[in-house]
Design a protein around this ligand. Structure first.
Ligand SMILES: NC(=O)c1ccc[n+]([C@@H]2O[C@H](COP(=O)([O-])OP(=O)(O)OC[C@H]3O[C@@H](n4cnc5c(N)ncnc54)[C@H](O)[C@@H]3O)[C@@H](O)[C@H]2O)c1
Length: 326
């Protein structure tokens, strides 16, 4: 049985990844300190499975890695502080936690994991390159992997998140070369779905519709994003991890579908069968990027993955889950 470690595994992506791997002859360890996730009913159900174990640990502390053990075949390094609001509120913590957990996982992997042929995967972000559009007005859209990574303004706390992703990408690339181990990097582009928490655009809009907020605020109505449904995203992440062809490579994960935020909200009004009398169109936060669309031809070419769920289908499943909770 292959052994898998998922750091930040109680969070949105980690939970869905563990749930997906559950029935595939893997022994799974989730490591998390519940900074931004809960031991809710979904996680408790997952932990009832004999092949899933939880290690509660603050992964910024080197000694906490002693509880994780060794001998892992695949290590998914997902831990980090996600959620745009937190980038503005605690940028210093976003940087500290992102960079120290990366250094700790790489040191542990090269010295303690002790499993020949083991591979580690890092979840970076589209934010690592997004600032180029605002700073230089130039970014190919759809955007391929080989564009420069930039910090548009170090004094804008938003870019703390991009900063630690950029540094962590460099650390993964150069540690893996120096110590000769297998690794890949993925850059998620707006994953969404059940159990995403309440601090992202889709769950926020769902909650406002449920509360019949009127006037209804919409931030950055004419910005665009490409939203990728979590079940598709998990197949992409596992596919990159388990392929040899992807070793030492960086992969964008997203959809070809570019969605204008106003259209997203309109679709959600229709699906939830409610619409406010008045809309309050607000500016997006400082540093927010107008357009974002991944070029996903590299992942398709190397592992044959592409997203299958369109935005309407994904929203239906997501809304159904949020409706079933509160
Ligand atoms: N969800 C997306 O669309 C998206 C987009 C781009 C990048 N990413 C990246 O993918 C990764 C996973 O994202 P997610 O959406 O699942 O985020 P998430 O916040 O749901 O999960 C991250 C987990 O890390 C845990 N954590 C934070 N600090 C910790 C610490 N010191 N020790 C142990 N655990 C700690 C949190 O409690 C949380 O459970 C993150 O690195 C994120 O930056 C996600």
């Amino acid at each position: 049985m292959k052994k898998i470690l998922i750091t930040g595994g109680a969070g949105f992506i980690g939970y869905h990844l563990a749930k997906h791997l559950l029935n595939q002859e893997y022994e799974i360890v989730i490591a998390d300190n519940f900074f931004r996730s809960e031991r809710d009913a979904d996680l408790e159900n997952l932990l009832k499975q004999p092949n899933v174990k939880l290690v509660t640990a603050d992964l910024t502390i080197p000694a906490s890695w002693e509880n994780i053990g060794n001998g892992y075949d695949y290590v998914y390094h997902l831990v980090g502080i996600n959620g745009t609001k937190l980038f503005y509120e605690i940028p210093h913590e976003v940087l500290r936690i992102g960079i120290t957990t990366t250094l700790n996982v790489l040191d542990w992997f090269k010295t303690k994991n002790n499993k020949p042929g083991a591979k580690i995967l890092y979840t970076s972000s589209n934010e690592a390159y997004a600032g180029a559009l605002e700073a230089f007005g130039k970014l190919p859209i759809p955007t391929p992997e080989n564009v420069p990574l930039i910090i548009a303004d170090p004094y804008n706390p938003r870019w703390s998140y991009a900063g630690q992703k950029l540094i962590s990408e460099l650390l993964f690339i150069h540690y893996s070369k120096a110590y000769n181990f297998r690794m890949s990097i993925v850059r998620p582009h707006n994953f969404y779905g059940p159990r995403e928490g309440y601090m992202h655009v889709i769950p926020e809009v769902i909650e406002r519709i449920k509360q019949k907020t009127d006037p209804f605020p919409i931030f950055g109505a004419d910005d665009t994003r490409s939203f990728c449904y979590i079940d598709d995203a998990i197949l992409a992440i596992q596919g990159v991890m388990e392929s040899k062809k992807t070793d030492e490579g960086t992969y964008h994960i997203g959809t070809h579908e570019e969605t204008v935020i106003m259209d997203l909200v309109e679709t959600m009004f229709n699906l939830m069968d409610w619409r406010p009398k008045n809309l309050e169109i607000k500016k997006s936060p400082l540093g927010s990027v107008k357009r974002r669309l991944a070029d996903v031809s590299k992942i398709k070419m190397d592992i044959g993955w592409e997203a299958k769920t369109n935005i309407k289908e994904g929203l239906e499943k997501t809304i159904a889950w949020y409706n079933s909770r509160k």
